[in-house]
Ligand binder design. Structure first.
Ligand code: FMN
Length: 193
């Protein structure tokens, strides 16, 4: 059960101080801004068990106009508290991603690497990975798992293609958010042709 606390979704709006202007115990200090996410996470743990709960964060994404004045302090606290709750995994969207587009990365943002020393559970990294850079992220211990978005949308058999180092279908951005079959279930698997 993944709690989505990135990309400007509700828990993220509590976490980051450009959107959280509350003056009660859910706003102000880092501890207060993280309270909502941590309570939601605890509630999920109470139902499903800590090992079945994960949290997704995008600390450096400006998607949905998100911004924090001190992301290092904010996410340092969040990571340590999630570690304390013992959740199964942390899913981190790398700074080079804004929503579903790859953007300029100045190397100063917070990605999976930042969380490694702070969080003892499994870490998933996401954003702009290819077969080779994903493999590299595993080899250099940036993360335990690599998530793929756009490549998976266009390649229903992505793991198989990676295993075979086969050519990939190219994704069509125009059909990312449509409702019919096109761009959803019609990308061919290997061998379909
Ligand atoms: C069609 C589409 C829909 C997406 N929807 C969401 C979403 O609802 N929530 C979210 O956090 N990310 C969403 N994403 C972003 C992906 O989760 C992922 O972080 C992003 O695409 C970067 O990974 P990639 O480079 O492997 O595609 C979406 C991406 C695509 C292509």
């Amino acid at each position: 059960m993944e709690i989505h606390a990135g990309n400007g979704y509700l828990p993220d709006q509590f976490l980051q101080d450009n959107s959280n202007h509350r003056t009660d115990e859910y706003g102000g200090s880092v501890e207060n801004r993280a309270r909502f996410l941590l309570e939601v996470t605890q509630a999920a743990i109470d139902v499903w068990g800590k090992e079945r709960v994960g949290v997704r964060l995008s600390p450096s994404s400006t998607f949905n106009d998100m911004h924090d004045s001190n992301p290092t302090a904010t996410f340092n606290y969040v990571a340590q508290e999630l570690d304390r709750l013992g959740i199964g995994y942390l899913h981190v969207v790398e700074p080079r991603i804004k929503g579903n587009v790859t953007v300029e990365d100045d190397g100063k943002g917070l990605g999976a690497k930042f969380f490694r020393p702070l969080f003892g559970g499994a870490i998933i990294t996401a954003g702009g990975y290819t077969r080779d850079t994903g493999e590299e992220a595993l080899q250099n211990n940036t993360a335990d798992f690599v998530a793929y978005g756009r490549l998976f949308v266009a390649n229903p058999d992505l793991p198989k293609r990676f295993a075979l180092n086969a050519e990939l279908n190219k994704y069509n951005r125009n059909t990312f958010y449509t409702s019919g079959e096109e761009g959803y279930i019609d990308y061919p698997s290997l061998g379909d042709a």
